[in-house]
Design a protein around this ligand. Structure first.
Ligand code: BGC
Length: 705
């Protein structure tokens, strides 16, 4: 493509233009990649290849998937609160995409955790838009540093899987601007992804892929996005409306859609300028691709190096929810009895397009063995045999690789037997797993958000027997989203939330248990005490049996913004996460500059272990004209590894426009007294200071530029 893009477009026939804006179906060039564009040989326009996904490159191959690293799920990456680590993960995924001949990676997923039951919670980052925006920016930068384009998805408010292709999301402009669009806005402005994927769902009556307000006014005119918008696979109904709205590329694409577009231009229903507009955008992005630059890919990504990065990211993302009487870390020679079939069938990630095909997954049991921990051999073998035999039974066999394995009954050991293990071991680990994914929301019932009866029985029995002999009990949560813990957490001494941490799961768990890794992850989403406490009670919409519409009644009160403002106590709050050491905060100084706040304070490791702390800066607004949440995250910083006694001086800059609310179509920072709250979680505030903004500031739509 040596000629200029404009010249090239002038040489294209209507048929060629229409074919360029409609994908070619599954990729032929890289078999099993999610899609590719159509080539136009006559003009030397090649096809470009795109594939999933957020947890690692997913290429199904011709019946033989490409081997690629299973990185920790997005929710783990957000739990690190460490953009540097996330950027490294992005680089590694980008490199794998590049070496497998992929031009655009269909990741990251930037939707907000509106409700813990959303099946894709694992592949989205957080209930908070700032954390989402910062972590996704790092991810995008990493991917694109490798010459591969990133595609942030699913734009916007794809916050549930139930009826996702037709559901109409009814949300106020304010909550869209402040919460659901904001993560995308930050990522687009900071990291400039090559592509945005429009979501399946409707937004206030119109499919996202056919929504001009969303795809043209907000995304391009206000935010200055210059890349391409592609539809989610099979999204929307009307290709003409999609093009007009600013959805440049229709994926995966069909010949029928090409025909419809050609006819529409011929009949005057679609102007050729609109078609040209999308063609130009696609060609512009194309010029940046590896394919166009003639990159010779190797089909040999550096999986060994990337395994280390997957380990490092998981190690930073594990969250220690509870640790009574310093139950953890264990001494390296502690005798360990491991319960729960998840020790063998450890989950690396969730289902759907975010699925991965790694070379291996180190299960929790294998990880403990590999690190030579003192695992009760008889019990481990019993579990291995149990899992093997049960999976041979018809009712527990997988139906297909993309359908979750039916959960195995967990309560198969008698109390006498468990007592035997309690006598001869020092600690019990109980692994609890939950699997969900694309197209399947979790249910607010037993075996879903709540423990199943047999999981609860196992916990009760193990807790009773081990505590009888004054032995510790540790729950390990291998889950993709919050579940109910409040009613049973008193049965255990510690809870280690490992989420779905990718292929290195078992190694990371072993290293955390014995303190080789000191946990430093913090929750990017609230763990409510009960499902009835969740503010987004209208999930997944109405009518309940087959919802067509979901109204965001809770408006801006999403996640901790709700729990904090209305005094609803969660089981574990947003930003929570313990460490084996302790941190002390001091010397808060806040300065109000012309266009930002400078927040300075000190964090000191006052405990016995080296560790990292995620310091969080929240802002509480004055009482103004419009209601606002009691506190909102406006900045954060993860310290370096601090040795006992070591201090880090932290500086967090908060642009003033980040304090704005969206009021009557404008971004406004109301005058008054703001409280700056610095803490170790949203409910563990250590330092406070006040500043006064004397005059109301108005930003139009120029926020965050
Ligand atoms: C998913 C997208 C994915 C696409 C291609 C869709 O079903 O929603 O996230 O990128 O498929 O696999």
């Amino acid at each position: 493509m040596s000629v200029s893009i404009k010249e090239l477009i002038s040489k294209m026939t209507l048929e060629e233009k229409a074919s360029l804006v409609v994908g070619a179906g599954k990729s032929q060039r890289v078999p099993g990649a999610a899609g590719e564009t159509r080539s136009i040989k006559r003009l030397g326009i090649p096809s470009i290849v795109m594939t999933d996904g957020p947890q690692g490159v997913r290429i199904e191959g011709d019946g033989k998937p490409y081997v690629a690293t299973a990185f920790p799920s997005a929710i783990v990456l957000a739990s690190t609160w460490n953009p540097e680590v996330v950027e490294k993960v992005g680089m590694a995924i980008g490199e794998e995409a590049r070496e497998y001949g992929v031009d655009i990676l269909l990741a990251p997923g930037v939707n907000i955790h509106r409700n813990p039951l959303c099946g894709r919670t694992f592949e989205y980052f957080s209930e908070d838009p700032l954390l989402t925006g910062e972590i996704s920016s790092a991810y995008v930068k990493g991917v694109q540093s490798q010459g591969v384009g990133a595609c942030v998805k699913h734009f916007v408010a794809n916050n549930q899987e139930t009826n996702r292709r037709i559901i109409d999301t009814i949300a106020s402009e304010r909550v869209l601007r402040e919460i659901y669009l904001r993560g995308f806005e930050i990522a687009i402005k900071k990291a400039k992804p090559w592509a945005v994927m429009s979501a399946y769902n409707k937004l206030n009556g119109e499919y996202c892929s056919e929504n001009e307000w969303l795809l043209t006014k907000v995304l391009r005119e206000e935010w200055g996005f210059e890349g391409i918008v592609m539809s989610d696979w099979g999204a929307g109904e009307n290709p003409v409306k999609q093009l007009k709205a600013g959805n440049d590329l229709i994926m995966p694409g069909s010949d029928e859609q090409v025909k419809v577009l050609i006819e529409a231009v011929k009949k005057g229903e679609l102007s050729e300028e609109i078609l040209n507009r999308s063609v130009e955008r696609i060609l512009k992005v194309m010029t940046k691709t590896l394919t166009l630059r003639g990159y010779k890919y190797s089909n040999k990504p550096d999986l060994e190096r990337h395994a280390k990065i997957a380990y490092e990211a998981a190690a930073e993302g594990i969250v220690l929810l509870k640790n009574d009487n310093n139950a953890l870390p264990l001494s390296s020679d502690a005798k360990i009895a491991v319960f729960g079939t998840g020790q063998i069938e450890t989950l690396r990630g969730g289902l759907g397009s975010g699925w991965t095909h790694p070379k291996y997954v180190v299960s929790i049991l294998d990880g403990l063995r590999e690190r030579k921990l003192n695992v009760d051999v008889e019990l481990a073998e019993k579990y291995e045999k149990y899992v093997k035999e049960m999976r041979k039974r018809k009712e527990y066999k997988p139906e297909s690789p993309d359908i979750p394995l039916p959960p195995l009954p967990q309560d198969f050991l008698s109390e006498e037997e468990i007592e035997k293990y309690a006598k001869r071991n020092d600690v019990a680990l109980i692994v609890i797993t939950r699997l969900s994914g694309e197209g399947r929301d979790l249910k607010p019932e037993k075996g879903g958000f709540y423990l199943s009866d047999d999981e609860r029985k196992l916990l009760e029995k193990v807790s009773k027997c081990f505590h009888k002999y004054e032995k510790k009990v540790v729950a390990i949560l291998n889950i993709g989203q919050p579940i109910e813990v409040y009613s049973w957490e008193k049965l255990v001494d510690a809870i280690l939330l490992i989420w779905q941490p990718g292929q290195e799961a078992g190694r990371v768990v072993a290293d955390v248990l014995i303190g080789v890794i000191n946990p430093s992850g913090k929750l990017p989403i609230t763990f409510p005490k009960d499902y009835n406490d969740v503010p987004s009670w209208s999930f997944p919409g109405e009518p309940p049996e087959n919802p067509v519409k979901v109204v965001y009644y809770e408006d801006i009160y999403v996640g901790y913004r709700y729990y904090g403002t209305f005094g609803v106590e969660p089981a574990y709050p947003f930003g929570h996460g313990l460490s084996y050491t302790k941190f002390e905060y001091s010397d808060l100084k806040v300065e109000l500059r012309e266009d930002h706040l400078t927040v300075r304070f000190k964090v000191k490791n006052v405990g016995k272990y080296p560790g990292k702390e995620v310091a969080q800066v929240y802002v509480s607004p004055p009482r103004g004209r419009v209601p606002k949440p009691l506190l909102e995250l406006k900045g954060f910083h993860k310290t370096r590894m601090l040795k006992p006694g070591e201090v880090e001086e932290v500086e967090v800059k908060i642009p003033l426009d980040l304090l704005a609310s969206h009021i009557n179509g404008k971004w406004v920072v109301e005058s008054g007294e703001y409280e700056i709250r610095v803490g170790s979680s949203s409910r563990d505030i250590r330092l406070r200071a006040r500043i006064t903004i004397t005059k109301t500031l108005t930003y139009g739509f120029k926020i965050l530029q």
